[in-house]
Structures are given as structure tokens and as C-alpha cells.
Ligand binder design. Structure first.
Ligand SMILES: [Zn+2]
Length: 208
């Protein structure tokens, strides 16, 4: 954990976690998958790029927990492959977000503020619920501390997307949404790239 820019996207050493911690991570994973689907729908409905770029983090976090939970007892090589596969999936998603950004052009129409605000609020609520679930475990060990830190960053990101909706409302312009969309895309792509590179390097050091 903690290799990416947002502190998210690494793999948790689940075998070192207690049952209570695993249950919490299962919930956080399901909330992130649901939020991912909701945000994609919100982005399509509103035309917001910031929302779509934000979904990369929900997808990345959900996949990170899924991979961690799924390969608990797998070999180090299988774990590295799983981490690599996860990064590749996020890479494909990032490419789709990039294509959406390009398709909107240099003078993007402002997104529909009502739908964008509703999706941004739901995202912030979901991130806050995850943070509340993780907070009792934040001092358990280094694993849970980094998951908690990731979740706290997600709440900050949620506030940022909501503020972007406010800026779109105030200015009536599509630029705040475009700029935040580009920034989040860079942030989360770098995060996924770092995790993928680390998994690749790790794999080279493993016996065949
Ligand atoms: Zn995150």
C-alpha cells in the first residue's frame, strides 16, 4: 500500500489481518464497486469528466481489495500477477476516460450541474462511510493504517469533485470540470502505473 499518489491502490497483506478487519475491507470493497457504477452513470448522465476520472479511484480501490482478499494464500508470483492484472485493468479504464476527455474537445459544454452534484454527494457519502468503517481500525497495524490513509484521501477527493460541481454552477463553464478531470486522470493513472511497475519489478526477483 501507499505507493501511489493518492496513497491507494496497493495490495493489503490480508493474511496478517484479523477476521474483523477482513469483514470491514469486504464492506469497503463492495461500497467502492457500487460507487464506481453509480459514478459512471452520473458521468454519462451529466457529461462530467471530473466524475468519470474520479471513478478510476473507486475501481482501483475495489480491485485492490478484491485482489488482496482473493489471493490470500497464493504464491508470491501469483500475487504479483494479480497486482499486474489489476493495474492493466485500471490502465484500460484510464484510456477510456482519456478518450472521453478528448471527445469533449477544448471548449467543453458545462456538465449538467444537478446530476453532477447528486453523484458527487453520493460519492462523498460513500467515501465517508468507508472512512467511518475503517477509523476504529486505523491504529491496528501498518496495513490498516495505510488503508485508512487511502480512505481519508478519498474523502478529500470527494470534496474536490463536489467543489468542482459548485464551480461549474457559479461560472456556467465547462472548464473547471475539464481541468479537474485531467488532474484526477493524471493522479490515478500514475498511481496505477506505480503499482504495476512495482509488481513487475517484484516478479523479476522471484524464482520461476
Ligand atoms: Zn482511493
Amino acid at each position: 500500500m501507499g505507493t501511489g499518489q493518492c496513497g491507494c491502490g496497493g495490495n493489503v497483506a490480508i493474511e496478517q489481518l484479523a477476521d474483523a478487519q477482513r469483514r470491514v475491507l469486504l464492506w469497503v470493497m463492495m461500497i467502492n464497486f457500487a460507487t464506481f457504477a453509480m459514478m459512471v452513470a452520473g458521468s454519462v448522465g451529466s457529461g462530467s469528466s471530473a466524475l468519470l476520472s474520479g471513478t478510476l479511484d473507486n475501481l482501483g480501490d475495489a480491485l485492490a481489495y478484491l485482489v488482496s482478499l482473493a489471493v490470500v494464500r497464493a504464491s508470491p508470483r501469483a500475487k504479483a500477477w494479480a497486482a499486474l492484472f489489476k493495474s492493466a485493468l485500471i490502465g484500460v479504464a484510464a484510456f477510456a476516460v482519456f478518450a472521453q476527455l478528448l471527445s469533449r474537445g477544448m471548449t467543453p459544454p458545462p456538465p449538467l450541474v444537478g446530476i453532477m452534484t447528486a453523484a458527487a454527494l453520493a460519492n462523498l457519502l460513500a467515501n465517508s462511510v468507508c472512512l467511518a468503517l475503517l477509523t476504529p481500525h486505523r491504529r491496528d497495524d501498518v496495513n490498516m493504517a495505510s488503508v485508512w490513509e487511502c480512505s481519508r484521501n478519498d474523502v478529500a477527493e470527494g470534496l474536490g469533485v463536489l467543489a468542482t460541481a459548485g464551480l461549474v454552477y457559479l461560472t456556467g463553464s465547462g472548464y473547471p470540470d475539464l481541468i479537474v478531470g485531467i488532474l484526477l486522470l493524471i493522479l490515478f493513472s500514475r498511481s496505477a502505473f506505480t503499482v504495476g511497475r512495482n509488481a513487475w519489478i517484484q516478479m523479476q526477483g522471484l524464482p520461476a
